[in-house]
Design a protein around this ligand. Structure first.
Ligand code: SAH
Ligand code: SF4
Length: 369
């Protein structure tokens, strides 16, 4: 059975062409799946009954299995989704004053093993399919609409998610072939119709894939920098040993002419006593001198067993001021959904590990029954 969410617009057109159907069938089906959030082919009432019947034998719309659905006091909502074999991934809805952002995962686990990341500590489980990636946006819109969620930016009956950030679990550029079709669905007017500026992909710095993204589907780019010299970055973000800072900065500069925004966002997690001194700020200023960019300082989100502590607030503000004094636009990420440990890019190792254990127990229990 094909999951219709696995097919980007071009693949869906090809799917119908192969079966002797007109290209506008793709438009109809995209609208049913990604704008009306249909959960089965039977709902597609403007398709002829015979076509619906045939389609139903070939394809389905696989809804993600929700393990847990939690809403924090600030409205941040986190869905823990089953990824099979005892794995789970998270997507997080973050309502702000003028937008609704969804933080999406691209892999179950991650192979890149950044020193401060709980996803990395889990190791790599598997790539999510295109259907599972776009399914997070499908599910969030569908659920929020069904719940009658209101917010100033939500027009009557319109999907509540206005922005997507690929900053959940996993390295999106390490799952390029499934991520790009999902991005195409986010951007296509027949599906979600988000502008490129409202879709941000965050990468730890896979240089060749940054170039590929520029050529194939340039969306707003965020790069997880975390250190401005190679020896420290080698330790914090091990992929730096393969793609050092000089190459990464060059890739960012190459990306910009194609990018929907005229800057790259650099993310910088603030680790107490590790990368947060004034001299580190000065290194960062020097490194980014020739790259139009904005800086986003992320207070480290601790998790059990992590070797780091969050920088004290005062040090984060001093660091920010040093960068601002050098004319770098620098924000400090707000901690959201603290009571459910759901802030974007700071997904909760503790919750995941607990769930993983529980799932593992459930699977063991099921297999011994
Ligand atoms: N793999 C991609 C995207 C997912 S991580 C990347 O690394 O960019 C999204 C962001 O959260 C990254 O900037 C990542 O470095 C950061 N992050 C990971 N673990 C964190 C933690 N424990 N506290 C704060 N930020 C963290
Ligand atoms: Fe993977 Fe990103 Fe975590 Fe690094 S920070 S281990 S690249 S998810």
């Amino acid at each position: 059975m094909i999951d219709l969410k696995d097919l980007d617009p071009a693949s869906l057109e090809a799917f119908f062409a192969e079966r002797g159907e007109k290209p506008f069938r793709a438009r109809q089906v995209l609208r049913w799946v990604h704008q009306r959030f249909a959960a089965n082919v039977g709902e597609m009432s403007d398709l002829s009954k015979p076509l619906r019947d045939t389609l139903a034998t070939l394809a389905e719309i696989k809804a993600p299995a929700v393990i847990r659905d939690t809403t924090a006091s600030d409205g941040t909502r986190k869905w823990l989704l089953d990824a099979g074999n005892g794995n789970a991934v998270e997507s997080v809805y973050i309502p702000e004053d003028d937008r609704g952002t969804l933080c999406i995962s691209s892999q179950a686990g991650c192979a890149l093993d950044c020193a401060f990341c709980s996803t990395g500590k889990q190791g790599f489980n598997r790539n999510l399919s295109t259907g599972e990636i776009i399914g997070q946006l499908w599910h969030a819109n569908r659920t929020l609409l069904a719940d009658g969620t209101t917010a100033p930016w939500i027009e009557q009956g319109r999907p509540p998610i206005t922005n997507v950030v690929m900053m959940g679990m996993g390295e999106p550029l390490a799952n390029f072939d499934n991520v790009v079709p999902a991005l195409r669905l986010m951007l296509d007017d027949r599906a979600y119709g988000l502008s490129r500026r409202r879709v941000t992909l965050s990468t730890s710095g896979l240089v060749p894939q940054i170039d590929r993204l520029r050529e194939e589907c340039p969306v707003a780019l965020a790069v997880s920098l975390h250190a401005a010299n190679d020896s420290l970055r080698d330790r914090l973000v091990p992929i730096n040993r393969k793609h050092p800072l000089k190459d990464l900065m060059a890739a960012c500069v190459r990306y910009l002419p194609a990018a929907p925004r005229d800057f790259v966002t650099f993310e910088y997690v603030m680790l107490d006593g590790v990368n947060d001194s004034i001299s580190h700020a000065d290194e960062l200023i020097a490194l980014t001198r020739n790259v139009p960019c904005k800086l986003n300082l992320i207070p480290f989100n601790p998790f059990p067993g992590s070797e780091f502590r969050t920088s004290p607030r005062g040090r984060i503000l001093d660091f920010q001021k040093r960068l601002q004094d050098a004319s770098l636009v620098t924000t400090v990420r707000k901690t959201r959904g603290e009571d459910i440990a759901a802030a974007c890019g700071q997904l909760a190792g503790q919750v995941k590990d607990r769930t993983k254990r529980r799932l593992a127990t459930r699977i063991v229990a099921a297999s011994t029954q």
